[in-house]
Design a protein around this ligand. Structure first.
Ligand code: NAD
Length: 352
């Protein structure tokens, strides 16, 4: 088991770089040392010096690479820079942890992973929904077998936002299909355990102040497990709605808030009363179908157990993946499958 402190650079000091990656690196000084930060806004670099004690800040990646070669770089610049910056870093022998979405399209994604292979460096993508409490809950509910075979999974994320940053613009690689789609389609693939085939995707630009999609409906299918997936990302909805729902042959599970409180409603098939199909074209006794004995549904509250800190999981795994060849939390094949599905969705929605 190899252990050393990875000299780590953070590329992009915006929301995710500043609020998530830098504090996590600072929390894990036994594994990582922030050796440099890169951001075209020099004040942000100076702020990182003051707040996180970073010794070197640069306005461009080229300036940093001319002076130093870290072991690892966290790429959290705007999406359109991910591919070029990652490839440049890999060519200099730097491992890369890249924020989602890995790139603006599948072609660039392939180029990134090909470069990682050529350079014999690790490239992993930060997909934090995989280690969110609702992922643990869904896995635990599925493993309990209470719902029987799961045949449908739904996720509704609604809110209203007049998006006005670079994520609102197509030319900058923005839009909700890329932005949130990269989170939730990945989460569905991870939970179901196989790549998903898009059946339909519709996008719209309603409340955004840019031209990229802020309303996005995606329907996918898991052919091996036979699960239909329905993801509804709506940033132009007058009401805030958040619902996760799992439908199984013997019941359903629902989460209505970000509070880990699931409700399960299910029955034990062994307790069902007798019943039989009637193929006659006259319903017996002019009655609508009914059970002789009511279906013995029981309701149960459910909270996931043993839920670790979602982001810490990634940093622990990243370290072990780089130094000890542990299995990555997000494999290259997973990322390529996700980007392929998102690209197919985009083509369905935009027709090209
Ligand atoms: N994993 C998550 O949960 C999560 C959350 C938010 C954002 N993200 C992803 O992180 C990336 C950054 O998003 P954000 O919301 O932090 O953006 P942001 O707008 O808040 O910050 C971007 C930062 O990058 C800097 N920057 C611009 N061009 C750069 C360049 N060429 N090189 C280096 N830095 C550059 C900007 O000055 C800014 O400081 C996006 O790809 C986004 O999808 C992921």
């Amino acid at each position: 088991m190899c252990s050393k402190i990875l000299q780590t650079a953070v590329i992009g000091l915006g929301r995710i770089g500043w609020q998530t990656h830098l504090p996590l690196l600072q929390k894990n000084t036994d594994k990582f040392r922030i050796c440099a930060v890169v951001d075209p806004i020099a004040e942000r670099g100076m702020e990182a010096e003051k707040t996180f004690g970073v010794e070197h800040h640069y306005c461009t990646l080229e300036e940093m690479l001319a002076e130093q070669t870290p072991d690892l770089a966290i790429v959290c610049s705007p999406t359109m820079f991910h591919a070029d910056q990652t490839i440049q870093l890999l060519r200099h022998g730097v491992h890369v942890f890249c924020d989602k979405p890995v790139a603006e399209n599948l072609e660039r994604t392939h180029a990134m992973f090909e470069e990682a292979k050529k350079a014999d460096r690790k490239l992993m993508v930060f997909q934090p929904r995989r280690t969110f409490p609702n992922s643990f809950a869904i896995k635990q509910i599925m493993e309990s077998g209470k719902l029987g075979k799961i045949y449908q999974m739904k996720l509704f994320i609604h809110g209203y936002g007049r998006r006005n940053d670079w994520q609102a613009f197509r030319k900058h690689g923005g839009g909700m299909l890329r932005n949130y789609g990269a989170h939730y389609v990945d989460q569905m693939m991870y939970l179901i355990g196989e790549p998903l085939v898009p059946l339909m995707c519709h996008t719209d630009c309603i409340a955004s102040l840019g031209d990229a999609d802020d309303v996005c409906k995606i329907v996918l299918h898991a052919p091996e497990k036979g699960v239909l997936v329905d993801v509804d990302i709506n940033q132009a909805s007058g009401q805030r709605v958040f619902v996760w729902a799992l439908y199984g042959k013997n019941g359903a599970a629902v989460l209505r808030k970000y509070d880990n409180h699931w409700t399960l409603c299910y029955f034990d098939p062994a307790e069902l009363g007798p019943n039989q199909a009637c193929e006659d074209l006259a319903a017996p006794d002019r009655k609508y179908p009914q059970e002789i004995k009511p279906i013995p549904f029981r309701e149960e509250d459910f909270y996931p157990v043993n839920v670790p800190d979602f982001a810490q999981c990634f940093y622990d795994n990243l370290y072990d993946y780089i130094l000890n060849n542990a299995a990555p939390l997000v494999s290259p094949a997973d990322t390529i499958a996700l980007m392929k599905t998102l690209e197919q969705c985009r083509i369905m929605a935009e027709g090209k």
